[in-house]
Design a protein around this ligand. Structure first.
Ligand code: SF4
Length: 288
């Protein structure tokens, strides 16, 4: 039986993108190929919030569980899902144990309206080999909608792609109805390098088997200009899906600074706006 290292598993409403407002189970896998230390910082600078927290954690082992960790206002807001210093807070669980836990937290003990979000970290890094075991579990048979929240840099393996095609045709569905790739491609404001973050061919490949959209986190005019360049690159590779702009800000004070401007910028370009409902509703606390 396969195992997956799970940073968080919780039930909430989806706060972003296509399924905003939909009751959802979030499976946050451990591990990421990026750091995104530039979010919320002046261009060229990196946040030290998470590394400072990690130093404290390592020295005095002050955090026993995820919920004890401080929230950050700069850098990656899910830092504990990939920083090695926090790996002990993320248990390696069998797919059976994951499904048992899901059955405990969803209201009807079966899939009705709920959708599954597989997020991270970067959920398509190494766990693709384990997802078929998870999704083929008898208690997952009624699940009709899955979103992979990915940074769009990890190619699908041939085996997993074939599995997802079969899954997509299950119960009379057509392949793309229930399968979504929410691609949060990282612009330079994240602190990541363009050539490593903008991978149009990989995202076009997702689009071959599932509903795929781009979602850019932006704060400034420069970020929006970068998003335009990235969209041009994806379009010239053949990408046809929608584009969202989403305001930067895991904490309300930062998010509220630019959400209206980001909405206006999206409208001007004929793009979509994505809110971050988890920020005003739940203050972006762990487990939301
Ligand atoms: S890709 Fe996502 S999880 Fe990974 S460091 Fe960036 S924001 Fe965090």
């Amino acid at each position: 039986m396969s195992k997956i290292k799970i940073a968080e598993l919780f039930y909430s409403i989806q706060g972003e993108g296509r399924y905003m407002g939909v009751p959802s189970v979030f499976l946050r896998t451990f591990g990421c190929n990026f750091k995104c230390a530039g979010f919320g910082m002046p261009r060229g600078e990196v946040s030290h919030e998470a590394t400072d927290i990690a130093a404290t954690h390592t020295m005095i082992e002050s955090f026993q569980k995820y919920e004890d960790l401080p929230l950050v206002s700069t850098g990656c807001d899910s830092y504990a899902s990939w920083m090695p210093e926090f790996k002990d807070l993320s248990p390696m669980l069998t797919t059976d144990a994951i499904v048992d836990r899901i059955m405990e937290i969803i209201p009807h003990k079966e899939w009705r309206e709920e959708h599954l979000v597989i997020t991270g970290g970067e959920p398509l890094l190494g766990w693709q080999r384990a997802y078929p075991d998870l999704l083929s579990h008898p208690n997952m048979q009624n699940l009709a909608e899955i979103t992979f929240e990915t940074n769009g840099t990890q190619p699908l393996t041939l085996e997993f792609k074939e599995y997802l095609k079969d899954w997509g045709y299950k119960n009379g569905r057509t392949w793309c109805q229930g399968l979504t790739f929410s691609v949060s491609a990282k612009l330079p404001c994240s602190g990541e390098v363009w050539e490593e973050a903008i991978k149009p061919e990989i995202v076009c490949d997702y689009e071959q088997i599932g509903y795929t959209y781009l979602k850019f986190v932006v704060a400034t005019e420069q970020d929006i200009a970068d998003a335009e360049c990235a969209v041009a690159a994806y379009r010239s590779a053949g990408f046809e899906g929608p584009v969202y702009l989403m305001p930067v800000g895991g904490v309300e004070s930062v998010y509220a600074l630019n959400n209206k401007n980001v909405a206006l910028a999206a409208m001007k370009r004929g793009w979509r706006y994505s809110d971050r409902l988890q920020v005003p509703l739940f203050k972006n606390e762990w487990g939301t």
